[in-house]
Ligand binder design. Structure first.
Ligand code: COA
Length: 260
């Protein structure tokens, strides 16, 4: 289907979803949230897709936040619906069952930082800027920012970023664990493409097991997390990919994973 606010590209098993409102710095209005939800649902259901890259159009912004002009007129009930729609999207991305790479080239503010944080791998250009500036608008983060930042970077960093509302650079975001890689702007695409290619060739059911174990484990006790890991580990032995991966190693050849 044709999207009004997104561009979708397919390269082998890599699906790239680009938020495409560069004149508004890719701000998330309600329609864009709905389109992203649809695009990610389709990527989840399509077995040919093994990895998703999420980015924003243009040099200036990944996503500069929720759309302030739309929020300006919201009633509390509309705001509740908007927050829930944003949170549903972020949870869908986080629980997609396939790796999602955020390619962050510029501003990732408010809802943009929240969108980046629900992705599994976050690669930032040295020029990227992160922040939760909602307090400057008399607001608080509403797409999971208080919760995901707390879990990624700890209580101190979550409170400092949300209370002071000031942007931080990519290097600081890396130190806080908000991004997993920082690269020179001219290396951003090569780095993301290499990562995506590697994941596209990886065993998809093993990737899903890792995502599940890490994400579930972050929300539970160590004993429950370890038990979850054991079950997911054992389940891998039911896959053809596990036989192929271990056999290929023993036969000194490259494994060909089929997702079965
Ligand atoms: N919602 C709606 N529109 C936004 C937006 C947002 N979150 N962020 C940027 N835009 C729009 C601007 O209104 C402007 O539109 P216009 O040309 O029709 O006036 C356009 O994008 C370009 O932004 P501009 O502010 O002119 O760019 P800049 O380089 O001067 O500043 C920022 C860049 C990111 C510092 C600034 O746009 C900003 O502070 N944005 C809001 C960030 C924010 O608070 N996000 C959290 C929202 S909850």
């Amino acid at each position: 289907m044709a999207y009004r606010n997104l561009e979708i590209a397919k390269r082998g098993a890599v699906r790239t979803i680009t938020v495409n409102r560069p004149d508004k710095l890719n701000a998330l209005n309600r329609e864009t949230l709905n389109e992203l939800t649809l695009a990610f649902s389709q990527a989840a259901q399509d077995d040919a897709v093994r990895v998703v890259v999420l980015t924003g159009a243009g040099e200036k912004a990944f996503v500069a936040g929720a759309d302030i002009s739309e929020m300006n007129g919201y009633t509390p009930v509309q705001a509740q619906g908007f927050s829930r729609a944003g949170q549903r999207l972020m949870s869908l991305v986080e629980r997609l069952g396939k790796p999602v790479i955020a390619r962050i080239q510029g501003f990732a503010l408010g809802g943009g930082m929240e969108l980046a944080m629900c992705c599994h791998l976050r690669v930032a250009s040295e020029k990227a800027k992160f922040g939760q500036p909602e307090i400057n608008l008399g607001l608080i983060p509403g797409f999971g920012g208080t919760q995901r930042l707390l879990r990624l970077a700890g209580r101190g960093a979550a409170l400092e970023l949300c209370l002071l509302g000031a942007p931080i650079g990519a290097q600081r975001a890396y130190e806080l664990g908000v991004v997993t890689r920082v690269v020179a702007p001219e290396l951003l695409d090569d780095t993301v493409n290499a990562m995506a290619d590697q994941l596209a060739a990886a065993a998809p059911l093993a990737a899903a097991g890792i995502l599940d174990a890490v994400l579930q484990g972050g929300e539970t006790s160590i004993d429950q997390g370890l038990e979850f890991e054991t079950q997911a580990f054992a389940l891998a032995f039911a896959t053809e990919d596990m036989r192929e991966g271990t056999t290929a190693f023993l036969e000194k050849r490259k494994a060909e994973f089929k997702g079965r």
